[in-house]
Ligand binder design. Structure first.
Ligand SMILES: [Zn+2]
Length: 369
């Protein structure tokens, strides 16, 4: 016989399925408390009725998806068995569709090529929805999406997961606020990534608020653990990182927002390149007006290394060195502490500058200017 009056509180759940009803029976419950907006499957409802378990819908609602953070702390996944049932919840189905929409946006904007790029969403403390390998982001369907744990082991989904998943997982483990990540190869931002340079700041307000200081991580072979760990020093203070000789990665609270940051960065890099062709200096936002933008950014809860005023001085110094340049050498504020990493076999930035200057002089001479 069951204990009289044993109640199980499932008010934090968005879905109550047959398995929950069976678990409640096994635990000897006489009632279950569910949130007002919880979806109860018909079979679970019937099962509870058959076994005399009362279903009490509480006055409380479970939080919205963007507020409910399954990773209240970065190590929330440790020791937890991944829950395969998270693959087919109503929330998962909605996010799978969102991933497909974002995949199409990336392809249509030419941010990905071939089967390149990948998209992830941390749906539980130890569960991540991700894109499969070897599928164009244009052709994605919700059925293609995979579910893995935070170590990259696949739990559900018919196709093998993306090989670049580890990069996303390192971000999820390091930054609890990161719920979604988008990795892609947008050409103008990638042009910075292959030259080891970062764009200057305080030129376009939207870029300052949504991206701001973009970091650059050193090159490593994609798909490896070493590659995944290259972003670790930067992801707490930056939501967008240039991956040297590769592409970019952005993280956010939703998949849609992470793709927005990729768009903001790519358009910014493109606009700077167009402006440089006009042959006149680019105007800057004043320091005072820039402070207003950073205040706005703080209110939106977005990260920025410039909130740390002691490090902001270093950032400003680097920007002031070459006021008309659209491509700056990274400073510690941009995540780069070792310049040699970012130019590979070409040697130091100084060597590269000298090389570019001599080639430019030779071309100018040849065309008779
Ligand atoms: Zn890639």
């Amino acid at each position: 016989m069951r204990n009289a009056g044993k109640s199980i509180d499932l008010a934090g759940r968005r879905l109550l399925a047959m398995r929950d009803a069976q678990d409640a029976l096994a635990a000897g419950a006489t009632s279950i408390v569910a949130a007002a907006n919880c979806v109860v499957t018909p079979s679970a409802r019937d099962f509870l009725q058959q076994h005399g378990i009362e279903l009490v819908m509480s006055g409380r609602e479970t939080g919205a998806r963007t507020n409910a953070n399954p990773a209240a702390d970065a190590s929330a996944h440790e020791g937890r068995t991944p829950n395969a049932r998270l693959y087919s919840t109503p929330e998962a189905e909605a996010i799978k569709k969102e991933i497909c929409t974002v995949g199409r946006k990336l392809w249509l904007r030419q941010f990905v090529d071939g089967n390149g790029g990948n998209i992830t969403y941390r749906i539980g403390p130890n569960e991540v929805l991700c894109t499969p390998t070897l599928v164009s982001k244009y052709d994605l369907t919700p059925e293609d999406i995979c579910l893995t744990d935070l170590e990259g082991n696949q739990i559900a989904g018919p196709k093998p997961r993306t090989s670049e998943l580890l990069l996303h997982l390192e971000i999820f483990k390091a930054v609890p606020e990161a719920r979604a990540a988008v990795h892609c190869h947008p050409p103008h931002a990638t042009a910075y990534a292959i030259t080891g340079r970062v764009p200057p700041n305080m030129i376009i307000p939207e870029f300052e608020v949504f991206v701001g200081k973009v970091a650059i991580s050193p090159y490593e072979t994609p798909g490896t653990k070493a590659f995944a760990e290259t972003v670790l020093p930067y992801v707490k203070d930056h939501n967008t990182v240039l991956l040297a000789n590769h592409g970019i990665i952005c993280w956010a609270d939703t998949v849609t927002h992470a793709e927005w940051y990729a768009e903001v960065l790519e358009t910014y890099c493109w606009t700077l390149m167009l402006a440089a062709q006009l042959g006149v200096p680019i105007a800057r936002i004043s320091e005072e007006q820039g402070t207003d933008l950073l205040e706005l950014k703080k209110k939106l809860g977005l990260p920025d290394i410039r909130f740390d005023t002691s490090r902001m001085k270093e950032c400003q110094l680097s920007d002031l060195e070459i006021p008309s340049s659209i491509a700056l050498e990274p400073t510690p504020c941009d995540g780069c502490t070792n310049n040699d990493n970012t130019v590979g076999a070409l040697g130091s930035h100084a060597d590269l500058d000298a090389l570019v200057r001599s080639v430019t002089d030779a071309v100018m001479e040849a065309i008779g200017k």
